[in-house]
Design a protein. Structure first.
Length: 135
């Protein structure tokens, strides 16, 4: 597989438009391949792209990985996806945080639980069954 990630420098400032935006399956396959070949997960997170439309931005995923260089890519976030952690453990805490913050379910995650205790940012039903109004 050809690496579709953008090589970056530590501390480099980038315009989001420069970061490769991949189809989810390509993004997932590239992330897993890089890490399985010895790469490290520096950051993997979800964010709201407020430029998508004025009412509510689209949710995106982004990964920063490291081999002998730093690299970055992103994709549109699905509501649920096959967990990266099922086959590549270094993603586990990042996926738990994405599930907690954005109610995006990593299906098949072997240790899916909250990192912190708070409602998600999208006001969607809590993936963990919590009722924050009762506490």
């Amino acid at each position: 597989m050809t690496n579709a990630f953008l090589d970056i420098l530590n501390g480099e400032t980038l315009d989001l438009k420069r970061i490769p935006h991949l189809p989810f399956e390509d993004f997932q396959n590239a992330c897993l391949e890089i890490v399985k070949e010895g790469g490290k997960v520096v950051q993997y997170f979800a964010y709201e792209d407020e430029n998508e439309n004025e009412d509510e931005g689209a949710i995106k995923l982004m990964a920063v990985l490291r081999t002998d260089k730093l690299m970055v890519a992103g994709c549109d976030a699905p509501d649920a996806y096959p967990s990266f952690t099922q086959t590549c453990e270094p993603f586990h805490l990042f996926e738990r945080e994405i599930a907690e913050q954005f109610a995006i379910k990593p299906e098949g995650h072997p240790w899916l639980k909250m990192v912190r205790y708070h409602p998600n940012y999208r006001n969607l039903p809590d993936l963990f069954g919590n009722d924050y109004n009762r506490d």
